[in-house]
Design a protein. Sequence first.
Length: 165
Amino acid sequence: MSVAESLWLALRSLLWTILLPGLFAGFLPWRYFGLSQVVVDPGNPRQWLGLAAIGIGVVLLGICIWEFARRGRGTLAPVDPPTALVVQGLYRYVRNPMYVGVSMIVLGEALLTGARALLTYWAVWFLAANLFVICYEEPTLHHRFGPAYERYRATVGRWVPRRPR
């Protein structure tokens, strides 16, 4: 891949990161669920747990975006997906680590704010993500990658790592 192609892929990845997880895990919680009003209390263990969850989620998301670009030559957006099936890195353990990362960010934000509305938002978001994965992503990956995806699907859990056989 040329330098220009790599730069273009990096810019597309950045754009889709801002538009997708940036919207669901950043803007919406900030604007509508009290994240902008948080004052961190160093003595509050719930907030420390929330900050840890957010940090871990951001790292997971970043690693997944990198793997999609590096190995799959695509982005996290359904309209600009990887051209190769990505089964390395965190994808060796769960099929949807990017959603796990975003879920950890939003759940961490709920812990940080203590807002029940944000916890409800997380539950609705996770349900919607699960339906999207089951109804769109998995059939699309089966259609695009056939037996390779089916082998992957048979050995790697959707959300939770499976025990080695």
